[in-house]
Design a binder for this molecule. Structure first.
Ligand code: FES
Length: 174
C-alpha cells in the first residue's frame, strides 16, 4: 500500500519535472534531468524488488523449518537393545513407537484409560523438561508395573524441540 502510494507520488513528480512545473523547479536549483534520473533509477524500482525478495526468502525459510521439525528419540527395549528414530514435533511417543514397530501397546489409544504405554525416561534432565503429569495420568501410572520416579505414559509425552535426544526405556513387565 505504502509502496503503491510512493510510486504514484514519484510518477507524478517525474511528470511534473518533465513538463517543467514551475512550483517544483522553484524548490531546487538542480537541473530537471538530475531529479528525473534519481527518481527513475533509485527511489522506486529497488523497493519493489526487495519486497518480493524478502517474501520469497521467508517462504523458503518456512519450508526448510518444516523439514527440520523432527527430534531424535531412542527407545530401549527389555533386552537393552536401542532403536533410534526421528519423531515429528507434535507426535506422541506412543504414536511414534507404533509407527516404528516398537513394542509399546497403547491399549486405550491415548485416552488415559490404561497404563500399557508406560515408558521410563532414562535421563532426569529430559524428565524435567516434560510437562507435569495431570491427575488422570498419575492415576494410571499408579497402576503401571515397574513404576519408577521418571515413569510417564508414552501417549502423554509429546515431541517438542527440547526433547531432542531423549531416551525412553520400555519396562520389563510389559
Ligand atoms: Fe492408554 Fe496411554 S495408551 S493411557
Amino acid at each position: 500500500m505504502a509502496i503503491s502510494k510512493l510510486s504514484q507520488l514519484g510518477a507524478q513528480m517525474i511528470k511534473s519535472l518533465e513538463k517543467g512545473a514551475p512550483g517544483l523547479l522553484l524548490l531546487t536549483s538542480r537541473p530537471r534531468a538530475v531529479y528525473t534520473h534519481h527518481f527513475r533509477n533509485c527511489s522506486l524500482q529497488p523497493l519493489k524488488h526487495e519486497h518480493f525478495s524478502t517474501m520469497a526468502a521467508n517462504k523458503a525459510e518456512e519450508d526448510g523449518n518444516e523439514e527440520e521439525q523432527k527430534i531424535s528419540v531412542t527407545f530401549v527395549d527389555k533386552d537393552g537393545e536401542e532403536k533410534h528414530i526421528k519423531v515429528p514435533i507434535g507426535l506422541s511417543m506412543l504414536e511414534a513407537a507404533l509407527e516404528n514397530d516398537i513394542e509399546l501397546e497403547g491399549a486405550c489409544e491415548g485416552s488415559l484409560a490404561c497404563s500399557t504405554c508406560h515408558v521410563i525416561v532414562k535421563d532426569m534432565e529430559y524428565y524435567n523438561k516434560l510437562e507435569d503429569p495431570n491427575d488422570e495420568e498419575n492415576d494410571m501410572l499408579d497402576l503401571a508395573f515397574g513404576l519408577t520416579e521418571t515413569s510417564r505414559l508414552g501417549c502423554q509425552v509429546i515431541a517438542k524441540p527440547e526433547l531432542d535426544g531423549i531416551r525412553l526405556k520400555l519396562p520389563t513387565g510389559t
